[in-house]
Design a protein around this ligand. Structure first.
Ligand code: G6P
Length: 614
């Protein structure tokens, strides 16, 4: 979703801004723009619909010099993607420029009041209202820019991360956040601003994180100042991040998604590193250990998440109910937050989010905390809003995920959930030591097992060619692999735009079977587990109706092979970890079908990597 980059210091701002915007492209956007103040004090704003590369072409031959600037990629919410709706927006007098992520919910009321005071608007955005409100307050109150921003934001209702610069003020950026990510990179005599630390990691490893309701006054060559909307000074929350540039590049792969699929043996190593003792096969998670009582006394665990993280949570439900015997519920964060849920003080709410910035999941965390529940986070992005808003948590540590379709984060989430379940099961004594250690051993072997399953790449690529022109797909699975079927279907629709639905295999008879014909391929997950035979029977039912079956089966399983038209044969691991293995050929299949269809795999239409608005 929208991305923000800013710079103030001694270097040329524009190259830094454009590079940062490119690093944020993965978030999904439809237009881009920059505002820079040049040495003569002119505030130049350039923006256009399309990619950052279109903006670069547009800048060609123009004066984009200057040591201070702000830049933006927009994902349309109010007003269509167009040049005029692109950010930065500037105030009526042309003195102030602003970029904004989020939604100002009461913009209509604010806009009407500004129109009454003689303001006219060039765009349909809520953001242009904010920049004019800042200008109006600045003039009316004869106050400085940061004060005008503060007073304006006190009137604004909604979510935002903003950055503001002003002609005649070439050393200063004012930034603020409310429910939308914003970090400030700290250099020597210079500052960088971004929605994601990864986009400015080339310049610094030290980042100040803004909290909700905080305003940053960023002056070149001066210490960073943070205050609240109530005008109180805030403490700086500075963190040192170690990220390597290679993690942010494609490393020889044609797309980030393929790179991230193939990274999984290593990301799982990073995910379990230091958490499972290879000698004793005991799991050690500090988040669980330090909060042992909360988990032991938990009457219920509630997962809140969106998208792929929600699918991983459904697997978490199986893991925790099976291994720890604690009742689990899995909620879409967007539904949970608005349906007046019953939350008890002995509930443990686990928020699952790759980005740690999903607006609905963050709101669900806040709701759960207010209701007195203990809130645990499973995030990937270190220092993200959800990671900071939760009481405790476990990072999945799979490195930055750039492809919009989540792959390595999903397998990392499931792996962390398995470790959490084992850690709790040990405390509760709900499974035998042998069973616990057997699962832990399988976890330790997971990277090797993933390496083997990745050997199906070429075979899956060939198979995908056959199905590239299908218009609909059904994915079936049971037990631990019902959520894997949902996730397989989601991957396909996200990046190939083919309609796909996931179902529990047994549920097929209650509707989806009516859709089966030779044109409708069905992907069936039929790996060894206690429902295996029943799933093979479902395959026969599909065949009997002329349906084509692609079955994901265990290597060498000649029984299931007989009931399928095509098979993807994979190595096996403990039943409870099979979703990690099964999901990988499904990721590959979605990837290759999308590539054969000529889709933009890493940045599919209309989707955003990090959904920071409702
Ligand atoms: C967006 C992304 C999905 C992701 C979902 C939740 O819709 O496109 O890939 O699963 O958000 O994101 P989170 O960062 O909270 O896991």
């Amino acid at each position: 979703m929208c991305g923000i980059v800013g710079y103030v210091g001694y270097r040329e701002a524009c190259p830094i801004l454009l590079k940062g915007l490119k690093r944020l492209e993965y978030r999904g956007y439809d237009s881009a723009g920059v505002a820079v103040i040049n040495k003569d004090g002119n505030l130049n704003v350039y923006k256009c619909k399309g990619k950052v590369s279109s903006l670069e072409e547009f800048l060609d031959g123009k004066d984009y010099s200057g040591n201070i600037g702000i830049a933006h990629t927009r994902w349309a919410t109010h007003g269509e993607p167009s040049d005029r709706n692109a950010h930065p927006h500037y105030s009526q007098s042309g003195q102030i420029a602003l970029i904004h992520n989020g939604i100002i919910e009461n913009f209509r009321v604010l806009k009407d009041a500004l129109i009454q005071n003689g303001y006219q608007f060039k765009s349909s955005t809520d953001s242009e209202v904010l920049v004019n409100l800042i200008e109006y307050i600045r003039k009316e109150n004869d106050c400085c820019l940061s004060e005008a921003v503060r007073l304006a934001l006190k009137q604004a209702v909604g979510a935002y991360a903003i950055a503001v610069i002003e002609k005649g003020n070439p050393d200063q950026i004012i930034a603020a956040r409310q429910s939308s990510p914003m970090v400030i990179g700290i250099g020597e005599g210079e500052y960088f601003l971004s929605s994601d630390a990864a986009s400015i990691i080339d310049y610094t490893n030290d980042f100040a994180y803004l909290n909700d309701g905080e305003i940053a006054i960023i002056n070149k060559n001066k210490p960073l100042e943070i205050k609240t909307l109530e005008n109180e000074t805030s403490n700086l929350d500075i963190r040192h991040l170690e990220l390597s540039i290679s993690q942010l590049e494609k490393g020889g792969y044609p797309h980030f998604m393929l790179k991230e699929i193939h990274e999984q043996p290593n990301t799982i190593i990073d995910c379990i590193r230091g958490r499972i003792n290879p000698d004793t096969a005991e799991v050690k998670l500090s988040g669980v250990e330090l909060n042992k009582d909360k988990f032991l006394q938990a009457g219920r665990i509630i997962f809140v998440a969106c998208g792929t993280s929600w699918h991983a949570s459904l697997i978490g439900e199986h893991l925790i109910e099976n291994l720890c015997r604690i009742p689990v519920e899995v909620e879409y964060a967007s539904e949970f937050r608005y349906r007046n849920p019953i939350i008890r003080s002995n509930d443990v709410v686990i928020a699952v989010s790759q980005s740690g910035e999903t607006a609905d999941t963050l709101a669900a965390v806040e709701l759960a905390r207010k209701a007195g529940a203990f809130v645990y986070g499973i995030c990937n992005a270190v220092g993200s809003s959800i990671a900071r808003a939760t009481d405790s948590g476990t990072y999945i540590h799979v490195g930055p995920e750039i492809g919009v379709a989540s792959t390595k984060a999903f397998t990392g989430q499931v792996t962390v959930m398995a470790m959490i379940a084992l850690a709790i099961a040990k405390e509760k004594g709900t499974i035998s030591t042998e069973r616990r250690q057997a699962i832990a051993k399988s976890l330790l072997e997971l990277p090797q097992t993933i390496k083997k399953v990745l050997e199906t790449d070429k075979m899956v690529a060939d198979l995908s060619k056959i199905f590239t022109y299908a218009h609909n797909f059904i994915y079936l699975g049971r037990g631990y692999n019902y959520p894997t079927a949902l996730e397989g279907a989601l991957k396909l629709k996200e990046i190939s735009y083919i309609h796909a639905e996931g179902y529990p295999a047994a549920e097929m008879k209650h509707g989806p079977i009516a859709l089966i014909d030779a044109e409708m391929p069905t992907v069936v997950i039929a790996v060894p587990d206690h429902t295996y035979e029943k799933t093979v029977s479902n395959m026969e039912e599909i065949k009997a109706r002329g349906g084509k079956i692609i079955a994901v089966i265990a290597q060498g399983d000649s029984h299931a092979r007989k009931s399928a038209d095509y098979t993807i044969e994979i190595p096996t691991t403990d039943e409870c970890l099979m979703p990690v293995i099964v999901s990988i050929p499904l990721q590959l299949m979605a990837y290759y079908i999308a590539v054969y269809k000529g889709r933009n795999v890493d940045q599919p239409r209309n989707l955003a990597k990090s959904v920071t608005v409702e």
